[in-house]
Write a protein that binds this ligand. Structure first.
Ligand code: HAM
Length: 427
């Protein structure tokens, strides 16, 4: 006997999503597309592989993402490439590269797909994870921020989430933030010796990053640091007040959270996250904000932007917990046939149903009726269609509703419309 080869396992921090899970993932993606389309967003697909400089320049050279989490390698021609850790930079790159700004007006774009960060894997944190994101390019109007957040809350409701908090802050513009950072530096000089080693380094290189330190012992000290909201310039203050005012008008609840500076450097003015306590330590379900300077940083014309990325892996944990959204029936019809003469008409029926976009399955091996019904159950089929000698003789097939157990005789040519009517009346 030959020895079996050692099985190869998936890479640490990556995982397979099996059919048992993907059905609900697709439902969530469908809801996202529906909501985005209602708000006039259109899909953009950008490459997973990008020049490393794209993220260094946008996300920032002193962020955790760029310093320690990127999958970066030299290509065979020595170009430095990176598996995208996020997609906002890619969307803005594409916007500039294809001159979308020439079309004028506001561009509303959404995307779905895998991102890569070499973090320590745990529940809700993976090295390959999935984001559902959306970006608005071309307007700095505060109503854009408010309308966008309204859309997110609508989406979270659509996928059955009720318990979450929208945290909101402003990180100002480069002008007022620079002043605030000076104040923060002075405050940090007095207390930094009591902070963790990372914070001591950040206090020098990028003091804002101290505010999103997660080390428990540092928290009492960080809580007492000056708040950016008290140092906004009049224009940034006005923007923030208009966003919060409009959120109230739109019936969107939020919590002002002055420490919310986010882990990426491109943000200006509004920043936000939605947290959910069903997620444990990795409680940020989504995050985003305004990035009015990013297009210029990437060599494009000044273009204000606002966007979000929803962590789909975390969203799915919350959706499963809320148990409101169901994956739906797996299969509409299982066609059971008995006797050789029934195989051909059964095959024809399955072909016809599939052409009508009615999902259908058949076994090509002869199987007894009882076992066929067992298979229909296992496949979570909504209906079993039974074709035996009797049915062929009367030219009426039995259609059994697997949920109610009721059975009706239907002419073969009418089965597709019969099933469609039944499906419609049960939604
Ligand atoms: P981010 O906060 O880095 O923002 O990521 C957004 C969301 O992605 C997080 O809230 C989290 O749910 C999820 N996420 C991040 N890392 C992981 C991980 N290792 N495993 C699982 N989920 C993760 C951005 O990416 C920005 N591009 C958002 C944005 C869009 N800002 C403006 N436009």
């Amino acid at each position: 006997m030959t020895r079996r080869a050692e099985p190869i396992r998936s890479v640490k921090g990556t995982r397979d999503l099996l059919p048992g899970e993907t059905a609900l993932w697709q439902r969530v993606e469908d809801e996202a597309r529906r909501v985005f389309v209602a708000y006039n967003f259109r899909e953009i697909r950008t490459p997973v592989l990008e020049p490393t400089a794209l993220f260094a320049r946008s996300v920032g050279t002193d962020t955790d993402i760029v310093t320690k989490e990127m999958y970066t390698f030299q290509d065979r021609d020595n170009e430095s490439l990176t598996l995208r850790p996020e997609a906002t930079a890619s969307v803005v790159r594409a916007y500039i590269e294809h001159g979308l700004y020439n079309e004028g007006g506001v561009h509303k774009l959404y995307y779905l797909g895998p991102m890569f960060r070499r973090e320590r894997p745990q529940k809700g944190r993976y090295r390959q994870f999935y984001q559902i994101g959306a970006e608005v390019l071309g307007s700095d109007h505060p109503s854009i921020d408010a309308e966008f957040l309204e859309m997110l809350i609508l989406f979270l409701g659509r996928v059955g989430l009720r318990e979450f908090a929208l945290l909101l802050n402003s990180v100002g513009c480069p002008k007022c933030r620079a002043e605030y950072v000076k104040t923060l530096r002075r405050a940090l000089d007095r207390v930094k010796s009591s902070l963790c080693a990372d914070c001591q380094r950040r206090a020098e290189t990028n003091p804002l990053r101290v505010l999103d330190c997660k080390v428990e012992a540092d928290q009492p000290v960080i809580e007492k640091l000056p708040h950016i909201l008290e140092h906004l310039c009049p224009e940034c203050r006005q923007h923030f007040d208009r966003v919060t005012g409009e959120l109230a008008q739109r019936g969107v609840a939020y919590q002002i959270t002055p420490r919310l500076v986010r882990g990426l450097d491109y943000y200006t003015r509004t920043t936000f996250e939605v947290t959910s306590n069903v997620l444990g330590a990795q409680n940020a379900l989504l995050g985003g904000g305004r990035y009015d300077g990013l297009a210029e940083m990437l060599g494009g014309p000044p273009t204000p932007g606002f966007g979000v990325a929803i962590g789909q892996d975390r969203l799915m944990l919350a959706v499963e917990q809320a148990a409101q959204l169901k994956a739906g029936d797996r299969l509409t019809a299982y066609v059971a046939w008995m006797g050789d003469t029934a195989l051909q008409p059964a095959t024809r029926l399955v072909q016809e149903l599939r052409r009508e976009n009615i999902s259908a399955e058949i076994s090509y091996e002869p199987i007894k009726l009882k076992k066929s019904l067992g298979i229909a159950n296992k496949l979570a089929a909504r209906f079993a269609i039974i074709i035996g000698e009797g049915e062929l003789a009367t030219e009426r097939y039995q259609v059994k509703d697997m949920t109610s157990g009721q059975q009706e005789e239907v002419e073969p040519a009418r089965i597709a419309s019969y099933l469609k009517d039944k499906l419609m009346s049960s939604v």
